[in-house]
Design a protein around this ligand. Structure first.
Ligand code: BGC
Length: 760
């Protein structure tokens, strides 16, 4: 620590002046940091620069036995030499302090490590999976969830998260849709901003905020056929209009790092893409943070057939603007030689290292490398009961009521015989999802436990069937049961005499996430058979879905009167579900991804193009459709019901003809026509009828969460302007074209209340 303090002290003296006004303080701070970075850079050898660009995984116990084999043994040596700039997945203050101490006290310059971790939907206390949170459309709640995660993670020594994932995806087969915000670039961008600001706060140097990472740059959500790590081949229009906007929004929100990804994009692995990283990200968008590779993605360019060996991979990646190597060990092995042999210029290293050091300065790590290492604070913050309240709040908000015939929901609180069925109903592990490396297994409140809080009814629980999990990575509990129906009988018997049957069915938490693509979107295992068997004896069923992706539940939609989408809701799952089922919370979630009728419709999304043959004009077969199933989704993007009802009236515009640059006001009256208080996500969509590049049939351009008492009416106003009326051309330039537009407002992407206007 001594060395760092000396170094920092001398650099600080160089830049000691202050200004009063806020912007100039900020500018002054930035200049000071830049000067400190420059001064430090001048002291560094090539090896030390390369070291800053090298990140190692921690999963070993530094306070215990030293790893002896392979690269692990080199990690200590490299830490001491200052050849490691960052570590990931080092868990807990004790471990973080131990690795930090090595670099700070033993390396020549004592440059502190930045400690990264996958804080995806919480640290120890878990919020709903990100796709579920997106269903809340509640930006404040989403931001709060990221703040809670940052509070816990920072108290545990972490100063940098690999989140949010801002990949747009239209493919429910892809396992990682659970980690994103769904299919829409506008909603995805707003959520990206909320998450980035939630993690980073207003002051990155505060000890309860952490640097965020927008990942995976770019196109990963378009992996061909939904297969993990696959080829991505998309056109420029999709790239600029659908894939890139949430990254740009993250950059505008000052995200401090960007992670690239495993996929290639149109033939070039993105880790080696200068077009994406240099031209767009660091060039056009002026991103001044740093780029971290995804796990070993630099080395994987060899398997892709884009680099011939490690040396080639290092050259390509650094030239393309990948600043830090996560666990490929390619930079540490190759970069110094490449500079010495004159193959790459040292300025490439200087650029990457400056960016990394800058973020370390911003985090305040040079002022105090142990600022996140306070054991007492860790004990108090990690798993703090206050955080349980916050994650319960967002869990309730994430639930989507898909169907509710005859107002079967909410359940009556007294005198009812309720039979609860399904392995997932009693599962305390699955609701935590698959991305939860710092939480304790089996710590979620199960649906059974949540429902047991309501004591006025008689509740009987029967498992009925297991969930089939199949082969998954990193699973400490694998349930494979695709055939066993031995417990059906018991469940059917208990269902027969119940007033209401609640069935919790769907995917186990380990069936979505990285490396968990599926080709079948139905209920796994024998759950569908169980549902049908129970339905035969008692159709009064509330189906509660648990899943990390849209499922194809056409049979259920046709037969089951009430369906609740409850995803994987984290630590407080059971309480959230029970409060919604019993009506103590009126659901307001809306789908952030379209639900297909069957897997053959995938990719399916609301903002599709009209095609040349959108409808059946001549009663023949030659139009854009399927001959075996409707072309519409089962549940569209934006869909979600409430226990009350809403009516939309009087959509008004402040004119019919506008000039480019004008602000257009669009207002609508929303009335709560039901008998209880409720919240509605009012959604505004536009259609640009004619474009030099064809425009989607609908594009979300605004939304507002509105709470109304029974009978209450409110006028909601949106503004449409240059930011919302244009699109990206095939060069990636934003343009606005004159012409005719439609605007629609409603509670789903398929609502039809609309108006027209013209832009001149
Ligand atoms: C994932 C990243 C993650 C990284 C570090 C990779 O496999 O793709 O999203 O941040 O591992 O855990």
């Amino acid at each position: 620590m001594k060395k760092t303090f000396l170094l920092v002290a001398s650099i600080l003296i160089l830049n000691g002046c202050h200004n009063n006004n806020e912007t100039s303080i900020k500018n002054n701070k930035t200049t000071q940091i830049e000067q400190k970075v420059d001064s430090l850079l001048k002291l560094m050898t090539i090896e030390e620069k390369v070291g800053q660009m090298n990140q190692y995984n921690g999963f070993w116990d530094v306070t215990g036995p030293t790893p002896k084999e392979g690269n692990a043994s080199k990690k200590y040596e490299h830490l001491r030499k200052g050849w490691v700039g960052s570590m990931l997945s080092v868990r807990g203050v004790k471990e973080v302090r131990a690795v930090q101490k090595i670099v700070v006290e033993e390396s020549r310059l004592g440059i502190p490590l930045i400690i990264g971790f996958d804080v995806i939907h919480g640290y120890k206390t878990l919020s709903p999976i990100p796709l579920a949170e997106a269903a809340s459309w509640d930006l404040e709640a989403i931001k709060k969830s990221a703040e809670v995660a940052a509070n816990e993670a920072s108290a545990s020594g972490i100063n940098w998260t690999f989140g949010p994932m801002v990949d747009i995806s239209r493919d429910a087969r892809w396992g990682r849709v659970m980690e994103g915000a769904g299919e829409d670039p506008y909603l995805g961008s707003r959520i990206a901003e909320a998450r980035v600001t939630g993690f980073q706060g207003d002051d990155l140097s505060a000890s309860n905020t952490i640097a965020a990472t927008a990942k995976h740059f770019a196109g990963y959500g378009f992996s061909e056929s939904g297969k993990e790590y696959n080829t991505v081949d998309i056109g420029t229009s999709t790239l600029h209009n659908i894939v890139l906007p949430p990254f740009k929004a993250s950059v505008n929100a000052n995200v401090r790092s960007i992670m690239n990804s495993f996929n290639e994009l149109n033939g070039v692995p993105v880790t080696g893409s200068s077009y994406l990283q240099r031209d767009i990200l660091k060039g056009k968008w002026g991103f001044d943070g740093f780029v971290i590779s995804d796990w070993a993605s630099i080395g994987e360019m060899i398997s892709w057939g884009h680099a011939k060996d490690k040396r080639d991979a290092a050259r390509i990646a650094v030239t393309a603007g990948s600043d830090m190597d996560m666990e490929a060990h390619v930079y540490i092995e190759e970069l110094a030689e490449l500079v010495k042999d004159g193959i790459i210029d040292e300025s490439l290293l200087d650029d990457a290292v400056s960016r990394i050091l800058k973020v370390k300065f911003e985090l305040g790590l040079f002022d105090n490398p142990y600022k996140y290492c306070d054991e007492a604070h860790e004990k108090e913050m990690v798993g703090n009961p206050k955080h349980h309240e916050a994650v319960l709040d967002i869990a309730k908000k994430s639930i989507v009521l898909l169907k509710n015939e005859n107002n079967l929901l909410p359940l009556k609180k007294e005198g009812q015989k309720i039979t609860l069925i399904g392995a997932l109903a009693a599962d305390k592990n699955s609701p935590l999802g698959s991305w939860r490396i710092a939480s304790d297994d089996h710590t979620a409140v199960s649906v059974l436990e949540g429902m047991q809080q309501y004591k006025g009814n008689t509740l009987t629980y029967k498992k009925g069937a297991d969930v089939s999990v199949g082969q998954t990575a990193f699973v400490n509990e694998v349930i494979i049961n695709t055939e066993d129906k031995s417990q059906f009988k018991d469940a059917i018997y208990a269902a027969k005499t119940a007033d209401v049957v609640v069935m919790v069915l769907g995917e186990h938490g380990f069936q979505s996430g990285e490396g968990r693509s599926r080709t079948n979107l139905q209920l796994p295992g024998v759950q569908q058979e169980l549902l049908e068997a129970v339905f035969k004896v008692n159709p009064n069923i509330v189906l509660v879905l648990n899943n990390g992706r849209p499922l194809a539940v056409s049979w259920a939609d046709k037969h089951i009167p009430a369906i609740v989408e409850a995803w994987q809701l984290g630590t407080q799952t059971g309480n959230a579900v029970a409060q919604v089922l019993y009506g103590d919370y009126n659901p307001s979630g809306k789908l952030p991804m379209s639900f297909p009728r069957n897997v053959g419709q995938v990719p399916i999304y609301y903002n599709y193009k009209n095609t040349g043959r959108p409808t059946d004009k001549d009663n023949n077969v030659f139009w854009s459709h399927y001959i075996d199933v409707e072309k519409t989704p089962l549940y569209p993007f934006g869909h979600g019901l409430s226990y009350t009802t809403f009516e939309y009236n009087n959509l008004n515009l402040n004119g019919e003809i506008f000039k480019i640059g004008d602000t257009i006001n669009v207002s609508v009256e929303l009335k709560n026509t039901g008998d209880r208080k409720g919240k509605e996500v009012v959604q505004l969509y536009i259609r640009d009828l004619v474009g030099s590049i064809t425009r989607p049939v609908r594009e979300l351009k605004g939304f507002e969460l509105v709470q109304l008492k029974s009978g209450e009416t409110k006028t909601i106003t949106f503004n449409l302007d240059n930011e919302t009326l244009g699109f990206y051309d095939n060069n990636g330039d934003y343009i606005i074209e004159p012409g005719d537009f439609q605007v629609f407002i409603g509670g789903s992407s398929t609502d039809t209340l609309g108006a027209k206007f013209q832009l001149q």
